[in-house]
Write a protein that binds this ligand. Sequence first.
Ligand code: SAM
Ligand code: SF4
Length: 447
Amino acid sequence: MEPKYLIRTFGCQMNEHDSERIGGLLMADGMTPTDVADDARVIVLNTCAIRENADNKLYGNLGHLKPLKERRPDLRIVVAGCLAQKDQGAIQRRAPWVDVVIGTHALPHLLDLLRRADLEGPQMDVREYTETFPSALPSARRDPFRAWVSIAVGCDNACTFCIVPLVRGVQRSRSIGEVLAEVQGLAARGVVEVTLLGQNVNTFGRDLTLPGSSRRPLFARLLREVDGVEGIRRVRFTSPHPHDFTPDVIEAMAGCGSVCEHIHFPLQSGSDAVLRAMQRSYRRERYLDWLERIRRAIPGIAISTDIIVGFPGETEADFRDTLDTVERAGFDSAFTFQYSPRPGTRAAAMSGQVPKQVVQERFDRLVALQEAISLAHNREQVDRTFEVLVEGDGKRHGSIQARTRTNRIVHLGEPVEPGTFVQARITDAAAHHLSGRVVPETIALGV
Ligand code: SAM
Ligand code: SF4
């Protein structure tokens, strides 16, 4: 019987993408996936460092794995991802039963490190620079019909709360040709939806344009090229930085039939003073202007966002500015976070850290407001009919999950093959999902 591997992924889509590559490498080495830790010869924890609870999760998980490793010394435990890059040697000092620590730039060396761990004991590779894009590695994709495509790694911004530039490095873009070749290959294998990934997708290509030239990003051009790939019916991307969301990108989105009517547009705070302290280059009126421009150019577009509550120095008045901005922006959905000081970031050393109970109380108020807004938006969808892509079993018992172009989840009552496009009539709405019925004649057509 082939040896088995298990991967646990924490954090963002970039980590999910990297986990698919880790799975691809292990499969190329003759292993098969399992969900059962007891059956696995290799267990990979692909970690996230963005907030403190991510650290706690890693060490909690490692604690649970210790008795398993004691019982089965041939088990190989791998810690990958952003925490591996951040904590480096500290991981094996704290959990000496970890066999391999592999940073964000070293994924292509995983099999080598595992072999060396068999022969020589614990290994670590936390090099500082990406030589081979993870996208160039084999992949064990979660779905046959949709795929992540990494277009750039790293970030050149310096938001004072954020650890990403420290653990993922400066931005490095792939060439347009390389991205296109990957998308074409995916389409040839039946993929109908791609999500372009980068920390700051709309500065894609800036590092490729010649030094001394205008250093212009190439994201709008990339969108048009990907839109031209036969067979790809939906193109998504995440995340753009509002500051770099230039008119050429809006124009390309409006003009490209496969680019979905959804953008994730991280606000972070509605207070100008806090935005300044975060080193976010826009201010709230400018942000709201951009939103209006986007909505005018792409009618019906859904907007999601990220908001941090309790950044150092945030006053009640600052927080009210955030509530006010959220109301005026009318986001379709929001990821809301309590500020978490990250070692090495400028904000972690700022005075005015907000007490936990104040953060919690503000967070609850923000969540309640956003839920009401999301519900109101979702109710507007009832009795309308949308093209949805069926994704598979829903979380609710017996339901099938599908998604609109605007990234709304729709629970369907009828079984439909994952990967199929159907028309769904919306029958009910909640804050985080819709319910709907398949328009029967569209099943056979795959429309
Ligand atoms: N590149 C994206 C952008 O510019 O908005 C963000 C990437 S980050 C992985 C996702 C989100 O995590 C951020 O938008 C921010 O809201 C949140 N985040 C990052 N650092 C945080 C921190 N120290 N505490 C709380 N939330 C944080
Ligand atoms: Fe972090 Fe995004 Fe700011 Fe880059 S742009 S530093 S990834 S929040």
